[in-house]
Design a protein around this ligand. Structure first.
Ligand code: V55
Ligand code: FE
Length: 485
């Protein structure tokens, strides 16, 4: 028997699911929303509509929701809606949970066996605006197109048939100058395959190239990085296999015995041009960005020494190690002129742990100076319950090593940072930062907004919601000016 919502250990507090679609017109605003903010903050969220079949399942299997915070003229309207994936619709039809462990179709209920081939996705990881479409992304399936205004689900999107892989990353990279997308699907030749198919898509949505590569072994390839001339593909000990899936386990396990790799593929090269660099165990789940000069690549990323996810157990039964899960900023240097197949790793900003790294997207694929990340400031007071949450937003200066930070207040836990440029051609990382926050005293959500001109002054505006909003995985600010082009 599945556990009820109230019995389920993973569905409490901040993770108590909201089972409703919502629409709040003209949200309460404390302070002043900057007059120049004009656009929509789209958030991809994961919420269990029915409790998971297995109490120890990964939160990554929860149903996808998209929320939109539309901001203009100092006002904000909120909308949230479940994504009507085949999985969500089948569950509603049956009025119960028909699906088993995260990315393991062998554990679905008998009536779902064999019916769902990459159609059991939750579409819950990211939501992007690209080529005039709003796309909800999950790395185990194709993008799900959503109506940008009503958030109605339109269906899977394969770029007019040009995109052939059955899977599509949640972290495609869009070149900030040309608008070209570099994207990929892994497990591209079926469940547990080590095939990665890499695509370029031009700014109007036309697929322009495909390269099929094989990873050294099958691992989670959640994110990549692009520089002016290269694509960097991290491969690390988050592993799977057909055997473990047939044994009825959650998709991923952590293997401490395998080395990690970074594949480097020239942006204009053939699949055979890929070079694999090797290094010690680490998990590079998210990157900030990368740049290259004279064949030397520098890649900034949020990295842990070991398994960052307690719900994906060690394949050899080792207990979860919280110290090895601590995720911090590191810089990787790879010299393409050298025959050496390794990299150099430098720790940076080690007292500011955080995992959801990003940059001012207008600089993606080019020289950049700033990282943007929500992080846990261990020196700030916290009045909530449980472990210290992410409580600050930071603008990390990779050139000087300085960080400007905004503390949200002792009662708040913050989700991922989003960045809104002050104008289309504003200086790098000049504008506004925002993040959804849970107030642990009221257990309701607020959107906190800060100005990069003075982050230390704290939020310039707080948009209060009359309930706890769904849990964000990733989100993006879509300026009104980009909707019109
Ligand atoms: C991640 C998140 C996912 C997933 C795979 O943060 C990797 C990494 C929310 O779903 O399916
Ligand atoms: Fe991610």
């Amino acid at each position: 028997m599945a556990l009820s919502y109230a019995e389920h250990p993973a569905l409490q507090g901040d993770f108590e699911p909201s089972r409703f679609n919502a629409s709040v017109f003209d949200c309460e605003v404390v302070g002043e929303i900057p007059a120049g903010l004009d656009g929509t903050f789209y958030r991809a969220c994961a919420e269990w509509f029915y409790p998971p079949k297995f109490p120890d399942d990964s939160p990554f299997a929860a149903d996808g929701m998209v929320t939109a915070l539309r901001i203009a003229d100092g006002c904000c309207d909120f909308t949230s809606r479940f994504i009507e994936t085949p999985r969500y619709l089948a569950n509603r039809e049956a009025r119960r949970q028909l699906f088993g462990y995260y990315r393991n179709p062998f554990t679905h209920e008998p009536e779902m066996q064999g019916k769902f081939n990459n159609l059991d996705t939750a579409s819950n990881t990211n939501v992007i605006w690209f080529a005039g479409r709003l796309l909800a992304l999950k790395e185990d399936a194709l993008p799900m197109e959503m109506d940008p205004d009503t958030l109605e689900t339109k269906g899977f999107f394969d770029f007019g048939g040009g995109y052939k892989a059955p899977t599509f990353t949640a972290h495609p990279k869009v070149d900030g100058r040309t608008g070209e997308m570099i994207t990929y699907g892994y497990e591209a030749e079926g469940l547990a395959s080590n095939a990665i198919w890499i695509y370029t898509v031009d700014a109007d949505g036309t697929v322009t190239s495909e390269r099929r590569i094989a990873a050294p072994y099958l691992s989670m390839v959640h994110d990549i990085a692009i520089s002016q001339n290269y694509i960097m593909i991290p491969v690390y000990g988050m592993v799977s296999s057909m055997e473990r899936l047939r044994e009825g386990k959650v998709h991923w396990g952590w293997d401490t015995t395998v080395p990690s790799h970074i594949g480097v593929l020239p942006r204009n090269g053939d699949a055979s041009d890929i070079r694999w660099f090797d290094g010690p165990q680490m998990a590079m789940v998210h990157t900030f960005a990368a740049t290259d000069r004279d064949g030397v690549i520098t890649l900034d990323a949020a990295v842990s020494d070991g398994n960052p996810f307690p719900f994906f157990p060690d394949v050899h039964g080792k207990p979860f190690d919280p110290a090895a899960a601590r995720t911090t900023v590191r810089r990787y240097t790879i010299d393409m002129n050298s025959r050496d197949a390794g990299w150099r790793e430098e720790p940076r900003f080690q007292d500011k742990p955080g995992a959801l790294s990003r940059i001012d997207d207008r600089f993606m694929g080019h020289d950049f100076r700033y990282g943007l990340m929500s992080f846990s400031d261990e020196f700030q007071a916290f009045t909530g319950t449980g472990r210290r949450p992410t409580n600050s937003l930071g603008r990390f200066d990779f050139a000087t090593g300085e960080v400007e930070t905004m503390f949200a207040g002792p009662e708040f836990g913050l989700q991922e940072i989003a960045f809104a440029p002050r104008s289309p051609d504003a200086a790098e990382a000049d504008g506004w930062v925002m993040a959804l926050a849970t107030n642990y005293e009221t257990m309701k959500s607020e959107l906190v907004i800060g100005d990069t001109a003075d982050l230390a002054a704290g939020p310039v505006a707080r948009v209060r919601l009359p309930f706890k909003a769904p849990q964000q995985i990733h989100g993006n600010w879509v300026p009104a000016w980009s909707r019109n082009t």
